[in-house]
Write a protein that binds this ligand. Sequence first.
Ligand SMILES: Cc1ncc(COP(=O)(O)O)c(C=O)c1O
Length: 314
Amino acid sequence: MTGPSSAPDPLAALRPRLPSPLQEVVDERFAGHGVRLLLKRDDLIHPGLVGNKWRKLAPNLRAADGRPLLTFGGAYSNHLRATAAAGRLLDLPTIGVVRGQELADRPLNPSLASCAADGMRLHFVDRSTYRHKSDPATLAAILRAADAGDAYVVPEGGSNALAVRGCQELGAELRGRADVVAVACGTGGTLAGLTAGLTAGLAPEQRALGIPVLKGGFLEEEIRRLQDRAYGGPRGDWSLDDRFHFGGYARTGPELDAFADDFEIRHSLPVERLYVAKLLYGLVALAAEGAFARGTTVAAVITGSPFAEADHAS
Ligand SMILES: Cc1ncc(COP(=O)(O)O)c(C=O)c1O
């Protein structure tokens, strides 16, 4: 990885498609209300490091500076798969700490199998240890047990201050291009950075809208905390709409599935089901409610692409 700042950036060799394309789609569910819909195709940035994974991992991969990268995730984590892919692409050792000791004795599911195929060393921990992984003593014990004392540690979901600042670039690419920028939220890191990028400098009035895919209502505070860490205070004009999580993470239902299937056919867009489907569903519902004034341009950030088996996780 990079040493002195004059060394070539190893990530540049991966030729990311940046800025990512911004495409207008014609959809009467928006056009009928005088609303333009744009798709910010972060899913096209890189086939291995898709969507917000590039934005969040790239600064961490640089900071790891060749040290093994250790991170955390559940059995179907998009973040674990992307970290493993980054390890393969950059020839960097990766260690995935997986929630659920019981999984250690079972055949790997397709998502974890993909991590392992990319060279990630998987270390399974029980759920209680996993819950306490941010306590310094628990983390130290995990690192010892995983034989990863020298690792560069990235938190679950990848949302540390570097990742948040990496997502700022996404906002900068959209400055002046849309009135509302909408994104699906897990940890909220992408929204925390994107909204800072949207409003930096002399940008016109723009706001960000987050659609949480987890149930719980804890995210506003978490986003403020992430912005505190990354910027030392609040940034941007953003809000959340908590109505479109469909029961929680990876929860879905026939209505959401039918919606996503239909969106794929209408717009030739592969729709990632854990996050992006809920975002697009939420935007269609909001447009129908008249939540966007006529003349509004909405940009939906396509933060990922489908991973077939994982999308049907429950
Ligand atoms: C496809 C996709 N979109 C959105 C998100 C949410 O990102 P964040 O955790 O930064 O809110 C994730 C997180 O893993 C994701 O995989």
